[in-house]
Write a protein that binds this ligand. Structure first.
Ligand code: ADP
Length: 234
């Protein structure tokens, strides 16, 4: 898996969301995408997954420009968007079968994924009947069903209770052994528990892109480092 983001720019009207972003990823690792609200994280994730078109720059995934190879990229990239949009009236298996058909993936993979994300006991339920944590697992299941090389997760544990957070983290860690994962989060323990590398975005610019210990640097905690980089900027 390789991903090169080159001089990426995106504006919404006069609002600059991404201002010349450059990122290179070559290894299988779990990367934390950090930044205050409005920093540009979702815009970057949506650009990589082809949901929106940036104004300038390119994204090269496995040596192919994603905007010129949309089908290839969608086959190799999994995405759990913010707020996890699901079809509430569908049953879990029905929904995952729908996703499997979209990707041309065999039905056998559905039970495998259900097991992997830990929703076996709930698998006969309607999505609307699930707790938020289980809905999140269904979102993860759809994101990994087609065994993508690159998995993009936008605040995957947002709104979950502490037990659900730990469970989802374990699932992410398990998947991260074999795949590259970019995940956005505001929870620094999550970064500590999962990530090897951190990319910090602020006002559409990358402020830091480094291993997690380097990110913490001279500060006592990741929270303190985050505050200094984004408020004091020293
Ligand atoms: P983050 O995910 O880090 O919170 P976003 O990528 O959602 O940041 O937003 C970056 C900037 O772009 C913010 O100023 C936000 O208000 C703006 N923005 C995002 N999406 C839209 C949109 N569809 N229309 C107008 N402005 C947007």
């Amino acid at each position: 898996m390789s991903l090169q983001i080159i001089n990426l720019k995106k504006k919404y009207g006069e609002q600059i969301a991404l201002n010349n972003i450059n990122i290179s990823i070559d290894n299988n690792e779990i990367i934390g995408l950090l930044g205050p609200n409005g920093a540009g994280k979702s815009t970057l994730m949506k650009s990589i997954t082809g949901v929106i078109r940036p104004d300038e720059g390119s994204i090269i995934f496995n040596d192919k420009n994603i905007f010129e190879n949309e089908i290839y990229s969608k086959k190799q990239i999994g995405f759990l968007p913010e707020n996890n949009p699901l079809y509430m009236e569908m049953y879990i298996k029905e929904y995952l079968l729908f996703v499997a058909n979209l990707h041309g993936v065999s039905e056998n993979r559905i039970d495998e994924v259900i097991e992997l994300v830990g929703i076996t006991p709930e698998k006969s339920k309607k999505i609307s009947q699930l707790s938020k944590g289980y809905k999140q697992r269904v979102g993860l299941a759809q994101a990994i069903l087609h065994q993508p090389d690159l998995l993009i997760l936008d605040e995957p544990t947002n709104g979950l209770d502490p037990n659900q957070i730990l469970e989802i983290r374990n699932v992410i860690k398990e998947i991260g052994k074999e795949k590259t994962i970019i995940l956005s989060t505001h929870i620094m323990q999550e970064v500590e528990a999962l990530c090897t590398r951190v990319i910090l975005i602020h006002e559409g610019n990358i402020l830091q892109d480094c291993p997690i210990d380097q990110f913490q640097g001279k500060y006592n905690s990741l929270e303190e480092a985050f505050t200094h980089y984004t408020i004091n900027k020293d």
